[in-house]
Design a binder for this molecule. Structure first.
Ligand code: F6R
Length: 242
């Protein structure tokens, strides 16, 4: 794992945006895997700024999002489809038809999972996957205990994840109990991975990731088995980890 140490959230966002922008410029038909949550918001802002100033084009880029809440429609402000439109897609020249976020409000969720997995395969796989990390080590919404062999599937969100995401909903009771998420095997098939880690609440997770054992009890540890992972981590998350 290539670890890039930065000072703070602002610098992490800037470096991450440069990393993504350079990849998009090198490969204009890149398949990007995207994340939601608080961590990548600054990076998306920087990408929009770059698009406006330097005209980096996303016209031929295809995107696949990691996850979506079950039961929320795309018009719900807390859905990840809404988040992506609002924080990125509506502000760049990407073709909406090339943006893929799992649908969390369809009747046949099993079919949605296998369709999403096939869609990624049909497009030749993800070239660069952006990840955040949960304080319990989840990537995507693959909570502790999820099989390293998992493909896109439905997951029960843990108490701590619903608690952490309550800040977007007002209270924990409103956070959906389930989500659809790319599996760990799906994520590991990405050709390259960029993981962003910021803030003191991620310090324990960063420590585990670097020093803990590789175990399904700490899903992100699987990344140590991937040959092309870049981590951008700020001082607050690093603490005293060497
Ligand atoms: C989001 C996702 C999650 C988040 C993680 C960290 O699409 O898949 O794994 O990256 O929950 O969330 P934040 O960035 O809000 O701390």
């Amino acid at each position: 794992m290539n670890i890039i140490e930065v000072k703070d959230y602002q610098e992490m966002s800037k470096k991450a945006a440069e990393f993504v922008r350079d990849n998009v410029r090198r490969n204009q038909t890149i398949n990007l895997g995207l994340a939601t949550g608080g961590t990548p918001v600054g990076m998306y802002k920087q990408l929009i700024e770059d698009h406006q100033k330097n005209h980096t084009s996303y016209k031929n880029v295809t995107t696949f999002n990691l996850d979506e809440y079950i039961g929320l429609s795309e018009y719900n402000h807390n859905s990840y489809r809404y988040f992506m439109n609002d924080h990125l897609f509506d502000h760049i020249d990407i073709q909406m038809s090339k943006t893929n976020v799992p649908h969390g409000n369809v009747n046949d969720l099993k079919k949605e999972c296998s369709d999403f997995e096939h869609l990624i395969k049909e497009h030749g796989g993800i070239d660069l996957q952006i990840l955040g990390i949960g304080s319990n080590g989840h990537i995507g919404f693959n909570e502790p205990g999820t099989s390293f062999d998992s493909q896109t599937h439905i997951i029960d969100l843990t108490h701590s994840t619903r608690e952490a995401n309550a800040r977007f909903f007002g209270n924990r009771a409103e956070v959906p109990a389930q989500a659809i998420t790319m599996g760990i095997a799906t994520i590991m098939k990405s050709k390259a991975i960029l993981l962003l880690i910021s803030g003191t609440n991620k310090r324990e997770a960063f420590f585990q990731l670097v020093h803990g054992e590789i175990s399904e009890n700490f899903p992100a540890s699987v990344l140590r088995k991937h040959s092309c992972v870049t981590i951008i981590v700020d001082e607050a998350a690093r603490g005293n980890v060497q």
